[in-house]
Design a protein around this ligand. Structure first.
Ligand SMILES: NC(=O)c1ccc[n+]([C@@H]2O[C@H](COP(=O)([O-])OP(=O)(O)OC[C@H]3O[C@@H](n4cnc5c(N)ncnc54)[C@H](OP(=O)(O)O)[C@@H]3O)[C@@H](O)[C@H]2O)c1
Length: 270
């Protein structure tokens, strides 16, 4: 595994709690997933740690991401929350530590938590650092504060129905990788007729065609599933190479459809 890069195919863990969550994770590991995405707020950090230990594979085979919750951004809570995450995961460090959401209206000053994020990396708690749900304005602030190339990714909602062209183009211009969360629009892309047709011509599902599209656009993807068939089918996206014509037909599916938009959201770019 290249130490500075994020495996393009990852696994979401939202909702995969308790014993059922551990079983789903073990199935995913059997299928081949090694990049696992959790967060302080998902209650899946313990399942992720347990599944990795039970797999019998070395910790170094995995790429584990967690995220600092927006309730832990203040100076007093930040570092203890990271230490608690590591304890819950049963790990010395994570591969990637993200700010889950920027603090709404800068209730916690931006510099406080972004410098704490950099400090967590300096302390060895994280190999790479990044952000989530950051619009361009906050990415610009990040660059001004931490310098070019300090963060490895911005994890945002992206799927064939929400392609975020402004953020995509900005990120490309800065060589910043976007991680597409909810890349299947909660499984709904698997019902899409255009994706189904393209998938069928490659011998994969519509969902896999959608994931292949996102990866070919340069994004990391983190689909979630508890079903072996879907885990397998989604993983098969790694083998697909879409033509430019197929890419354009999927690009045309963009309709700015955003699913995750809580009141704490920043002003989105598109
Ligand atoms: N940073 C953030 O703010 C943020 C926000 C949301 C999510 N995330 C991360 O992104 C991950 C993915 O997002 P998500 O879990 O919300 O949504 P998703 O990955 O788009 O969709 C997951 C849902 O789709 C179903 N599914 C999976 N593969 C399928 C397939 N091939 N065909 C049909 N249905 C399929 C799954 O059900 P089955 O179990 O039945 O397969 C599950 O209900 C999360 O788990 C989390 O790690 C991050």
């Amino acid at each position: 595994m290249n130490s500075s890069s994020i495996p393009q195919m990852g696994l979401g863990t939202f909702g995969r709690t308790g014993d059922a969550g551990i079983e789903a994770l073990l199935t995913a590991i059997e299928v081949g997933y090694r990049h696992i995405d959790t967060a302080q707020s998902y209650d899946t950090e313990s399942s992720v740690g347990a599944a990795i230990r039970r797999s019998g594979l070395p910790r170094g085979d995995f790429f584990v991401t967690t995220k600092v919750a927006d309730t832990n951004l203040d100076k007093a809570s930040f570092m203890p929350s990271v230490e608690k995450s590591l304890e819950t995961l049963g790990m010395d460090r994570v591969d990637l530590l993200l700010i889950h959401w920027p603090s709404q209206h800068d209730q916690v000053p931006f510099e406080h938590y972004m410098l704490a994020l950099a400090e967590a990396k300096a302390k060895g708690f994280a190999r790479l650092i990044g952000v989530s749900n950051f619009p361009i304005a906050d990415l610009e602030r990040t660059r001004a504060l931490l310098g070019e190339g300090a963060i490895a990714t911005d994890q945002v909602e992206i799927h064939p129905y929400l392609q975020s062209p402004k953020l995509r183009d900005f990120s490309r211009s800065r060589s910043l990788t976007l991680t597409a969360y909810q890349p299947l629009y909660k499984g709904k892309v698997n019902d899409d007729p255009v994706l189904r047709k393209i998938g069928a011509s490659h011998g994969v599902s519509a969902a896999a065609a959608g994931l292949a599209f996102l990866m070919q656009e340069g994004h990391v993807v983190i689909p979630a599933s508890s079903s072996r068939a879907n885990l397998d089918g989604n993983f098969a996206a790694l083998k697909v190479r879409l033509s430019e014509d197929e890419m354009n037909r999927i690009r045309a599916l963009d309709r700015g459809l955003r699913h995750i938009n809580p009141t704490k959201s920043p002003r989105w770019d598109d």
